[in-house]
Design a binder for this molecule. Structure first.
Ligand code: SF4
Length: 183
């Protein structure tokens, strides 16, 4: 199959993408970036992904522009549920692109991460696939979690410390911002 893979970053791609290639699929990568803040961090992740992808002779399509205003408008007043809109935005963009590229299916490296809401991603992937008229390819890439980490370390890839948005950065450093009180 020709599969368009939404690739959230380099380290999360090193297991799923070669797995799909080894299974005989043709792969096109898509990097969607408006959810990654700030811009310098976004650039670092993009460069990391592109350097790896170029070495593998992979095609990567990068989301044009950097519409963080749209991201924050969708997250405002529902910050606790922001990942739903974020997954939807990225997966719908991937599904639409897959349709335009005449791919047989689309998938996402979000299915690799143990830190993401796996079942929700699969549910949204199937829904936007039906909406866009292209199949969502599901595979539980978490089985390669350790292998992917080892590979990205071996390649000396930049490994980010938070999911992407400013909210996730704050959550990552919560214990430094609000140290637990000693009793
Ligand atoms: S935590 Fe990650 S998935 Fe959730 S809104 Fe932020 S960038 Fe998107």
């Amino acid at each position: 199959m020709k599969i368009l893979v939404h690739t959230c970053c380099g380290p999360c791609s090193v297991y799923p993408v070669p797995k799909l290639l080894n299974a005989g699929h043709e792969v096109i990568c898509y990097f969607h970036r408006a959810n990654i803040h700030p811009w310098a961090e976004c650039q670092r992740r993009e460069e990391t992904l592109l350097a790896w992808a170029n070495a593998q002779n992979l095609v990567v399509i990068v989301q044009p522009g950097y519409n963080i205003e749209d991201f924050f408008q969708k997250a405002a007043f529902r910050e606790q549920d922001r990942c739903i809109a974020c997954y939807h935005e990225r997966l719908y963009a991937a599904a639409s692109l897959a349709r335009r590229a005449k791919a047989d299916a689309f998938t996402t490296t979000l299915l690799y991460s143990k830190f993401q809401q796996h079942e929700l991603i699969a549910q949204i992937g199937n829904a936007v696939g039906r909406q866009a008229g292209v199949d969502f390819y599901y595979e539980d890439f978490r089985q390669g979690w350790k292998q992917g980490i080892e590979e990205s370390k071996k390649l000396k890839m930049y490994r980010q410390q938070y999911c992407g948005c400013l909210y996730s950065e704050k959550e990552r450093y919560k214990s430094e911002i609000d140290p637990p009180k000693k009793s």
